[in-house]
Structure formats: structure tokens, C-alpha cells
Design a protein around this ligand. Structure first.
Ligand code: GRF
Length: 180
């Protein structure tokens, strides 16, 4: 069973749902994340874990891991989740937390990867799905796919093309992880 962590729009969450994967719980660090609505419309359990409601990050991560475990989650997917996870969370789901990122990691980790790749003038970029560790987009890579950067790309057009890849790649890799 899959738990998904989100902070934003949730188009990758939607791709997992459209693929028919067994998503049973969706959690966010932001109460107002649009992605939570996509899940609650489908009667999937949702909860927000805002940092300000806890003494520190480890306490928040423990509460979030407890909640996911209560829902039977074995594989956790970060689908646009914008906080780092501490060992208080990661140790609870060993080798079973994956992230999707809009660059060819290890190039361009971090929250502004699309803008930074355009500014650097790279000829190609892509999407990466990787196992999560405590670093910034730094765990072992599971899958990658490339896409060309066009002369007239803006951050929006480029990110949209990368997301098309993400929406294929992420469900495939998550499906494989669930089947192991
Ligand atoms: C995706 O580009 C993902 O790679 C990055 O955040 C974005 C999330 O988009 N980590 P969405 O919320 O799934 O639409």
C-alpha cells in the first residue's frame, strides 16, 4: 500500500491514481496543498503535518510516519513534497521512500532546478526517480528519462514537458517497487 507526500498541485499524485496504484493515504506539510483535494475527492485518507504544530522536524516526521503506518503504508512516494525528511521518518520505511525530481540528477538538485537549468543553458534535461536519503535529492537513482530544452522554452513550458515524463516514469517505478 502506498502513501504519498505532497506540497503543491499534485499532478504526479494524479498520475499514480490514474495508473490504478493502491494509494491509501496522502499527507502534506501544507494544509492548503491542492493535491490534498484530489485525494479527498476520491475518499482517500488525507492529513496535514505543518512544521509549526510540532516542537521540531523529527517530532513532525514521527507523527507523519505513525499516521502512514496506521493506514498500512509500505511504500512512500514524495510527489512534489518540498521539505527534507529526517531519519525519524526514513528509518521507518527503509529503501521504500522515492522522490521524483525535474532534472537529470545528480545535476541540478534543489527546489529551483527548472529555472537553474534554463539559466545554465543546458541542451537537455529530464526527470529522475530516486530513493530518498537525508540529503537534497541525493539518494540512489532508480530511473531517468531525457528531454531536449528548446530555444524558446520558459520555466513553465519546460517544466510542463518534464512533468509529462514524470507522469510516465513515476507510476512505472512505484509499481515495480510495490511488486518486489
Ligand atoms: C514535480 O516537477 C516534481 O519533480 C518536483 O515537484 C513537482 C511537483 O509537481 N519534485 P506536482 O505537484 O506533482 O504537480
Amino acid at each position: 500500500m502506498i502513501g504519498v507526500l505532497v506540497s503543491g498541485a499534485g499532478t504526479n499524485l494524479q498520475a499514480l491514481l490514474d495508473a490504478g496504484l493502491p494509494v491509501v493515504a496522502v499527507a502534506s506539510n501544507r494544509r492548503d496543498a491542492k493535491a490534498l483535494e484530489r485525494a479527498s475527492h476520491l475518499a482517500i485518507a488525507t492529513e496535514s503535518f505543518e512544521l509549526g504544530d510540532y516542537a521540531d522536524r523529527a517530532e513532525r516526521d514521527t507523527a507523519m510516519a505513525d499516521w502512514l503506518e496506521r493506514h498500512g503504508v509500505r511504500v512512500v512516494v514524495l510527489a512534489g513534497y518540498m521539505h527534507l525528511l529526517t531519519s525519524a521518518f526514513l528509518d521507518r520505511f527503509p529503501d521504500a521512500v522515492v522522490n521524483v525530481h525535474p532534472s537529470l540528477l545528480p545535476e541540478f538538485p534543489g527546489a529551483h532546478a527548472v529555472e537553474e537549468q534554463l539559466a545554465a543553458g543546458v541542451a537537455e534535461t529530464g526527470a529522475t526517480v530516486h530513493l530518498v536519503d537525508e540529503g537534497v535529492d541525493s539518494g540512489p537513482i532508480l530511473a531517468q528519462e531525457r528531454v531536449a530544452v528548446l530555444d524558446d522554452d520558459t520555466p513553465e513550458t519546460l517544466h510542463a514537458r518534464i512533468k509529462e515524463i514524470e507522469h510516465r516514469l513515476l507510476p512505472r517505478v512505484v509499481g515495480e517497487l510495490c511488486a518486489r
